[in-house]
Write a protein that binds this ligand. Structure first.
Ligand code: F6P
Length: 358
């Protein structure tokens, strides 16, 4: 008898269900004697022993369904060692649930924070296999996370749609794209959507350069400008602040988010009308794109194989189109940033996209 616990943790994204379906189908193709415990709302379900017994039927018909059939929640890693309001030790509680149910392993689908906790559980002696989910594509150790391509499709579609209005009205449009720490979605959507300026957390911007790019477009007869700004886009000046100082400054700012701040600055310094579009959580919503369905199915079925072979303590990743196992100890706590000196940035710059840096 194989007893598998499964949970989805952190922000949702497309293809979580597709990935779980891949795991379960892969397991059942080699083993019938299985019990699946689906923990509700991420680590919360494991902490408070809140689970549903699932069968292969529960994972049927969900390949194209967005969200997660298990529900999810954010349980910050830094609070895992802090007892809950009733004094419960969360780590001990998770271990207790695991042992009480006599699980052989836990399959955990999540992003960066989730991986830190998954690694902690591994260190505490639990058998853990993880799958890389996040629209941000910022998990170290994998070329790609599922959710990313679907989010890029949606962000690109927003840019495409805004393009027509921007052109009709000769406006500057600022489209705010998800990504507080890394700018992968903004970068890809900006290239795919033909944005004129893209602002990433990894490449601090200079307002003079942005204004200059807008004015140069106008002088050349192009009276509209599309700016794709990642949520975490930061000015050169602010980039010099410490993490704490920047957080304090942002907490005090009068704007709800970066797009509003940029809009005010652009409005003051150009004579063009400025508008904002914030696609927000639409970027995590709806059905996964075909690429994500394929990727998550491959990762899920490879996870099944790792479980059946007893290869625990790993994240199932994709590298150079090969599915590989990466030790959790290597993954936990590292982010995969956009490299400002990488080929994709150079190529984007050659096509005339400004990154607001020079
Ligand atoms: O990590 C995924 C992500 O969508 C980020 O891109 C975004 O900044 C954040 O989550 C939003 O989080 P929440 O859903 O908690 O508002």
């Amino acid at each position: 008898m194989l007893r598998i616990g499964i949970l989805t943790s952190g922000g949702d994204c497309q293809a979580l269900n597709a990935a779980m379906r891949g795991v379960v189908k892969g397991i059942y193709s080699r083993c019938d004697d299985v019990e699946i415990y689906g923990f509700q709302e991420g680590y919360k379900g494991l902490i408070y022993s809140n689970f549903k017994m699932l069968t292969s039927r529960d994972f049927s018909g969900i390949l194209t369904v967005g969200g997660t059939i298990l529900g999810t929640s954010r349980q910050p890693f830094k609070l895992m060692r802090v007892p809950d309001e009733n004094g419960l030790d969360k780590v001990e509680a998770m271990k207790h649930t695991y042992h009480k149910l006599n699980l052989n392993c836990l399959v955990i689908l999540g992003g960066n924070g989730t991986h830190k906790t998954a690694n902690l559980l591994r260190e505490e002696g639990l058998n853990v296999i993880t799958l890389p989910k996040t629209i941000d594509n910022d998990l170290w150790g994998t070329d790609m996370t599922f959710g990313f391509q679907s989010a890029v499709d949606i962000a690109t579609d927003t840019i495409d749609k805004i393009h027509t209005t921007a052109t009709s009205h000769n406006r500057v449009f600022i489209i705010e794209i998800m990504g507080h720490k890394v700018g992968w979605v903004a970068l890809h959507a900006a290239i795919a959507g033909g944005a004129d300026i893209v602002l990433l957390p990894e490449i601090p911007y200079d307002m003079d350069v942005i204004v200059d790019a807008i004015n140069r477009r106008k002088e050349s007869g192009k009276r509209f400008t599309i700016i794709a700004a990642a949520e975490g886009a930061v000015s050169k000046k602010d980039a010099k602040l410490s993490k704490k100082e920047l957080k304090e400054k942002q907490a005090k700012r009068k704007y709800p988010s970066v797009a509003y701040e940029l809009a005010e600055k652009v409005q003051k310094r150009t004579d063009q009308e400025v508008r904002i579009a914030v696609p927000g959580h639409t970027q995590r919503g709806g059905s996964p794109c075909p690429y994500d369905r394929v990727l998550s199915t491959r990762l899920g079925s490879a996870a099944a194989e790792a479980i059946l072979d007893g290869n625990y303590g790993n994240m199932v990743a994709i590298k150079n189109d090969k599915i590989v196992l990466v030790p959790l100890a290597e993954v936990a706590g590292k982010l995969k940033y956009v490299d400002p000196h990488s080929d994709i940035i150079k190529e984007a710059k050659l096509t005339g996209i400004s990154f607001g840096d020079k």
